[in-house]
Write a protein that binds this ligand. Structure first.
Ligand code: ADP
Ligand code: ZN
Ligand code: ZN
Length: 700
């Protein structure tokens, strides 16, 4: 008797094959089994997806000539039903094929090793039991706040939003919660996610030091993109077999196969790195919450500056309004009474025109460097869409039709609204006061490092040496290992002033930093991207958390955060001064609610690339026409196509179209049906090179 087996494969994105193909087999392979199957003249890795028909009738040969499954990957238990459902959900939610998501979630070596190589790989002993070398660390007694939070986590189902200041002891809460789970069940597994690879070693070391003495060095494996294919396979197998009790990784780890999963921790849950920016553009944070619910695992989202989505989901009940579906747990105090830095604002309107460093700030920097303290200078050079600005009257390029700023497009010198598409040529002079000097906000930082070196040329370190300024950003760290090397220099005290983008604000434990300065944060206040203020606030709070980590340094010199701004009284800076995230969140959520922006609505973007802007937009606008009737019915808003902020990349023109709806369900329903229209339109739009849907986009 032969069975019909449906196998999920990675088929090319636009092949029109949804992912599953039917093969024939003498064996009724269980769903989740990894197999090799022929496709054309190649052999591909696939996952058996659904239970094959068991009766002989159902399995009777069809008219089609089916090909047979070539082989089974021996020695690997089938992937669980939960895992397959997670993949299926991710594919349908983010509008990709199931096969693509499934195969991308598996280590590449499963695909690349031949049957013989696989047999050899299996023979190698998976386990290399190594005794833990380090000494068992002293485990601190929980603070009262930690104890209360841990009791809540034990007593409730979650998901939990752990809202804790930097240094409030969140990591200690994760460790304790993990400990409880490990002890309660010999097969329990824990998934810990961090936003970026360069933050994994620190956390990994802390987890290993805590758990290896009891559960062995191999109790923890990591998963991130800088592992070699062989390491990745090894760690994946350890998680899949249940041998690794803890998996620590970046966003890709959300798809780790973990049969005993009982706890998921998402550290720095607000971090945009959790959103995948190519292929299936999934949010690992959102999938983790889904996965927790699916598998009955507790989920802890932790942050000092939660995403406004998570903050909103964790709102307490108020009046007739029920509470959100997350449980908010707060830890407001810093362990050891460490004070947060004093925030000082410099009003740049009172500085001479084109000042980069105000004199007050320079004086403070000189003084501290002379005493041997370190300084962080934070630049906000991230690719915010440029908004035009008048230096005289403060006019900015608002859209008259939206609560958004129009974006300056250099190429054709226009101002365009990325919401509604409203476009005008760039005005010759300020429309409000006639001033001719209007320019994009947030410029003038290119030569900043050199400029600062000149300004501080006469300053000496305590040892009489000239000071050293270093710069860390995407350009200076392009080479592998360069970031680590530069950070090590900062830690070693060889650098006095560190200039950098948001990379320097995250998580690093610089002991001698007592002053952090944000030079030009205003661009984000008036960005066309409504999430820019949220990112700025969290960046500044993070950066402030870098100062004064060391108690002895704090005694010598109270730490400070300086903000230079043309809008020092902006509510964002007011909230920053008070270290008051809830006040900031409340103000932002009010604005978002008024403008019906997320989390009060749901968005998707379709992006198209073509040789010409006209062709890209024509495709999108035709798609808009095709979807119009259904969109109307479902109350989904389809906006006209606009060029992307970075309109042309390598001579490819890029355009996008925004889709908005107050119901997530309706939006999903619309997208699912509209996909077919988009696929069908391709043949009529041959100039379109590619298109893709981004659900819950992070940048518009
Ligand atoms: P967060 O993750 O919120 O930034 P951490 O968990 O890293 O905070 O804690 C900050 C510092 O306080 C760390 O050095 C940690 O070892 C210490 N710490 C945390 N909890 C306690 C505690 N209960 N008793 C003493 N020290 C603690
Ligand atoms: Zn003006
Ligand atoms: Zn507009």
């Amino acid at each position: 008797m032969s069975y019909l087996i449906s196998v999920m494969l990675q088929t090319p994105a636009h092949s029109g094959i949804g992912g599953a193909l039917t093969y024939e087999s003498e064996v009724a392979h269980a769903p989740g089994t990894l197999v090799r199957v022929p496709l054309g003249n190649r052999e591909l890795l696939g996952v058996v997806w659904t239970a094959p028909p068991t009766s002989a009738e159902a399995a009777s040969p069809t008219s089609m000539q089916l090909r047979a499954i070539a082989s089974v990957l021996e020695g690997i238990a089938p992937l669980s039903a939960h895992w397959r459902q997670l993949v299926q959900f991710a594919a349908s939610y983010y509008q990709r094929s199931v096969g693509e998501v499934a195969l991308a979630a598996l280590p590449s070596q499963l695909r690349d090793l031949s049957t013989e190589q696989w047999a050899r790989r299996l023979k190698r002993k998976l386990k290399t039991v190594a005794a833990y070398e380090g000494a068992a660390p002293a485990i601190p007694t929980p603070t009262a706040e930690q104890a209360r939070v841990l009791a809540d986590i034990a007593a409730h189902k979650g998901p939990f939003l752990l809202f804790g200041n930097t240094g409030s002891g969140k990591t200690e809460v994760y460790l304790r919660a993990a400990q409880a789970v490990l002890e309660s069940d010999a097969h329990a597994q824990i998934l810990v996610m961090v936003p970026e690879i360069n933050l994994t070693p620190q956390l990994e070391e802390r987890f290993r030091a805590r758990f290896a003495p009891q559960w062995g060095t191999d109790c923890l494996v990591s998963m991130h993109s800088s592992l070699t294919p062989a390491q990745r396979l090894k760690n994946w197998l350890a998680a899949h077999s249940g041998e690794a009790r803890i998996v620590l990784g970046t966003r890709m780890a959300v798809f780790a196969s973990m049969p005993g999963l009982q706890l998921i921790v998402i550290d720095e849950e607000h971090d945009p790195s959790y959103k995948q920016q190519e292929g299936a553009r999934y949010s690992a944070r959102d999938l983790a919450v889904y996965r927790g619910q699916l598998e009955g695992a507790k989920v802890i989202l932790g942050s000092a500056t939660p995403s406004l989505e998570s903050w909103h989901h964790s709102r307490p009940a108020s009046g007739a309004e029920p509470a959100g579906r997350y449980l908010r747990l707060a830890m407001p105090s810093r362990v050891g009474q460490g004070a947060l830095p004093l925030v000082r604002r410099v009003d740049m309107n009172r500085q001479p025109y084109k000042t980069v460093f105000s004199n007050h700030l320079l004086d403070a920097m000189r003084e501290r460097v002379t005493r041997g303290e370190q300084i962080l200078v934070l630049l906000n050079r991230r690719g915010y869409a440029p908004v035009l600005h008048c230096h005289d009257c403060g006019w900015k390029s608002e859209c008259p039709h939206c609560s958004a700023f129009r974006v300056f497009h250099k190429l054709d010198r226009t101002l365009r609204c990325h919401h509604c598409g409203f476009t005008q040529p760039v005005p010759r002079a300020c429309p409000s006061c006639g001033n001719l000097d209007i320019s994009p906000l947030g410029r003038g930082t290119e030569q900043l490092e050199e400029h600062l070196a000149e300004l501080l040329a006469d300053v000496r370190r305590p040892d009489g040496q000239p000071i050293r300024i270093a710069r860390i950003d995407a350009d200076s760290t392009r080479l592998k290992g360069e970031l680590e090397r530069q950070l090590a220099e900062v830690h070693a005290g060889a650098v006095d002033v560190l200039v950098g983008t948001q990379m320097i604000a995250k998580g690093h434990d610089f002991r001698r930093v007592t002053l952090v300065a944000a030079l030009n944060p205003d661009g984000a206040l008036f960005s066309s991207d409504f999430r820019a203020p949220e990112r700025l606030f969290s960046l500044l709070m993070q950066a402030a958390g870098r100062a004064g980590r060391d108690a002895t340094m704090r005694m010598v010199s109270p730490c400070e955060m300086w903000v230079q701004s043309f809008h020092p009284m902006h509510p964002l800076f007011e909230a920053l001064k008070q270290h008051n995230y809830p006040a900031f969140a409340e103000q932002q959520l009010k604005e978002r609610e008024q403008a019906t922006l997320p989390p009060f609505s749901f968005q998707a973007l379709v992006r198209a690339e073509a040789r010409s802007q006209e062709a890209a937009q024509a495709f999108l606008n035709a798609a808009r026409d095709a979807g119009a009737a259904l969109a109307d019915e479902l109350l989904v808003d389809l906006y006209p196509a606009v060029p992307m902020t970075i309109q042309r990349v390598a001579n490819i023109e890029r355009a996008q179209m925004l889709i908005e709806c107050t119901s997530r369900k309706a939006l999903q329903h619309f997208l699912a049906h509209w996909q077919a229209d988009l696929h069908a339109m391709r043949s009529a739009h041959r100039q379109v090179i590619r298109w893709a849907v981004d659900v819950d986009p992070l940048a518009i």
